[in-house]
Design a binder for this molecule. Structure first.
Ligand code: IPE
Ligand code: IPE
Ligand code: MG
Length: 255
């Protein structure tokens, strides 16, 4: 009896609306396993996962999150069977065709990290239209990682900086952490480029090439829930856990 009470009092920890993480990044994983568990084709999981993106976007925006970064397609996901890749490439078209009015209503602005020029024309258009249609929104930034890989991002940043040095625009002495950050795809997120909280669903506990530079001091949260089952409550639980952490950034508890 006492044990039970203790457990529930721990899980009853309340969400502190004054300490919502500014930037939440999510590795949305487990769509395929969600579908397989139901004897459905893997793509049924991706379809349901798209609904979760809508739910979590609205929830995060209402909680006051400043940036929500969602890992939607990695530079390694091209290795999957072409039928699955094709389905994933159609999803942004479906997503934005039904959801842009809601994004505008919630004042959410869409941004993208990753090389979208490698996506099919129709997908690129859907993404670019959504960016344009929400350009004036001043609330939460919904930042999709599409054909994104962190190592690819770092290689591109390195090339950009190297060409500036070769062109004589900067000296090697001017290369510092800030310059690296400014040359990352996350630079358009401004002061919120680094996630405060990184969530990965599905029980896997790895980073899979996501925002390696930016998560240097992020709090990590792994949950067994498959992405299609993740909801507002799961998000709030992750934030409550985040709020119980003490971020030290290499310093000591009280400084
Ligand atoms: C995440 O779900 C979606 C993408 C990577 C595009 P998965 O498709 O990886 O689902 P699992 O991990 O196979 O269950
Ligand atoms: C990471 O999930 C990529 C996305 C969520 C888009 P994966 O399912 O591709 O990662 P691994 O292969 O399990 O590491
Ligand atoms: Mg996976």
């Amino acid at each position: 009896m006492f044990g039970k009470k203790e457990v529930s009092s721990t899980s009853d920890a309340k969400l502190d609306l004054n300490r919502i993480p500014n930037h939440i990044a999510i590795i949305m994983d487990g769509n395929g396993r969600w579908a397989q568990k139901r004897h459905l084709p893997r793509v049924a999981g991706h379809k349901q996962g798209m609904q979760t993106v809508k739910t979590v976007t609205i929830a995060a925006s209402e909680l006051g999150v400043k940036v929500l970064s969602l890992y939607a397609f990695s530079t390694e996901n091209w290795k999957r069977p072409s039928s699955e890749v094709n389905y994933l490439m159609q999803l942004p078209i479906k997503f934005f065709s039904t959801f842009v009015p809601d994004l505008v209503k919630h004042n959410v602005r869409v941004t993208v990290m990753g090389d979208i020029t490698k996506l099919p024309q129709g997908t690129q258009k859907a993404v670019n239209d959504a960016i344009a249609d929400t350009a004036d929104c001043t609330g939460m930034i919904l930042n999709f990682a599409l054909n994104y890989g962190s190592r690819d991002e770092i290689v591109r940043a390195t090339k950009q900086i190297a060409s500036k040095v070769l062109a004589g625009e900067i000296s090697t002495e001017q290369i510092n952490e800030q310059l690296l950050s400014e040359n990352m795809m996350s630079s358009r997120l401004g002061p919120f480029a680094d996630p405060d909280l990184l969530i990965r669903t599905s029980g896997e506990e790895r980073i899979s090439n996501f925002m390696l530079w930016q998560i240097a001091y992020s709090e990590l949260e792994f949950t067994d829930v498959y992405w299609p089952d993740f909801d507002r409550h799961s998000l709030e639980t992750a934030i409550i856990n985040f709020q119980s952490r003490h971020r030290r950034y290499g310093g000591l508890k009280n400084n």
